[in-house]
Design a protein around this ligand. Structure first.
Ligand code: NAP
Length: 327
């Protein structure tokens, strides 16, 4: 496993880290023993950064991570998120008081004194124009409740706005073979300002693993069933906003250029790591075998310029028109 700086947070994080949404909720049935085995396998393989949120299983994901923190002696960093417990989820409810309350809940769930990183959880766009919210986060750092804070964003423009606040140290954003726009202006700006970039949905919700087909079916409580059109949260979070059938066609073409010795999953993750603005990718994994497959991507050889161009061509042919200007 190789490591990269997470901006100016002082955290040196594994290139392949761990996304802990699926072990909490919204991805069909999961088994806690298996989830803990996946987390432990990740730590065995050098993962030292875990991304979660207070709403993943209403604290369940955070509580599983607390168990891991108790069991392991390694230095592990946990990033969590706040804001999505607001009902309704509107900008006016992003107040210092509400965020403080959510932070206290996460401290309790994770059984820690201070959060390594708190991210606002895809807040409504108006929040980015509310300096009082960011002041409240600065105050939480001063009060010793947070080490760092950042924002998990939906759109490139939100990322660009968020990093105008000097206290924002990290941005979490969707970036993968099917979501390439962040690599244009945003990565340049992030590098110039030494912002940590956490890449979520790196596998386009599993589509980029190459294991799916038109016959794939998802459980009723799996967002890949109920959120394809954005019914419950942003459409871009499910299959990275890509139409499933078009995504399958693009994956078939990607398989034709798969470098020897790599799984399709590793190819997708290695592609992300080719961008030096990226601090880490956080593939969501439910089982130890998935973790092994994912972590191996860090030690795979770099992709050639030719393969990078071919990926871009496939993106332009199948995906760009539907996705590029939406996020
Ligand atoms: N708004 C936000 O801030 C936000 C939103 C989304 C995600 N996130 C974060 O980003 C993380 C990653 O994103 P994501 O979980 O949405 O999507 P993802 O990483 O693109 O896809 C994860 C899914 O792919 C499948 N998978 C993973 N590794 C695999 C492997 N090696 N082989 C085959 N299948 C594999 C698993 O599902 P199956 O086994 O069921 O196929 C897994 O749940 C989340 O866990 C969360 O921490 C944050």
């Amino acid at each position: 496993m190789k490591y990269r700086q997470l901006g100016t947070t002082g955290m040196h994080v594994s290139e392949i880290s761990f996304g802990a949404w699926a072990i909490g909720s919204s991805w069909g049935k999961v088994d806690d023993q298996e989830s803990l085995a996946a987390l432990n396998k990740a730590v065995d393989l050098g993962v030292n950064f875990i991304d979660t949120a207070d709403v993943y299983g209403d604290g369940h994901s955070e509580k599983l991570i607390a168990r891991l923190l108790k069991e392991r002696k390694e230095t592990l960093y946990v990033a969590t998120k706040a804001g999505r417990k607001l009902e309704p989820h509107v900008a006016e409810k992003y107040t210092a008081q509400n965020i403080r309350r959510f932070v206290e809940d996460s401290l309790k769930n994770l059984q820690v004194q201070r959060l390594d990183l708190l991210q606002l959880h895809c807040p409504p766009t108006a929040v980015y124009y509310n300096p009082e919210m960011f002041q409240a986060l600065d105050d939480l750092v001063k009060a010793g409740k947070l080490r760092n804070y950042g924002v998990s964003v939906e759109k490139v423009e939100e990322a660009l706005k968020a990093i105008e606040f000097p206290g924002v140290r990290t941005i979490q954003i969707i970036f993968n073979m099917f979501r390439q726009r962040p690599s244009e202006l945003f990565f340049r700006e992030a590098k110039a300002r030494k912002i940590g970039v956490i890449v979520r949905v790196p596998l386009a919700s599993g589509l980029l693993t190459g294991k799916m087909s038109r016959a794939s079916r998802f459980a009723a409580d799996d967002h890949r069933n109920y959120n394809r059109k954005g019914k419950m949260f942003d459409r871009g979070e499910t299959f990275a906003g890509v139409d499933f059938d078009k995504g399958l066609k693009a994956v078939e073409e990607l398989k034709r250029i798969l470098p020897r010795g790599m799984s399709m999953t590793q190819f997708a993750l290695r592609w992300i790591l080719m961008f030096d603005a990226v601090s880490c990718a956080i593939p969501g994994a439910k089982r130890p075998d998935q973790v092994e497959d994912n972590c191996a991507a860090s030690d795979m050889p770099r992709l050639s310029g030719r393969v990078m161009s071919q990926v871009r061509e496939i993106y332009e042919k199948y995906i760009q028109a539907d996705v590029h200007q939406r996020w």
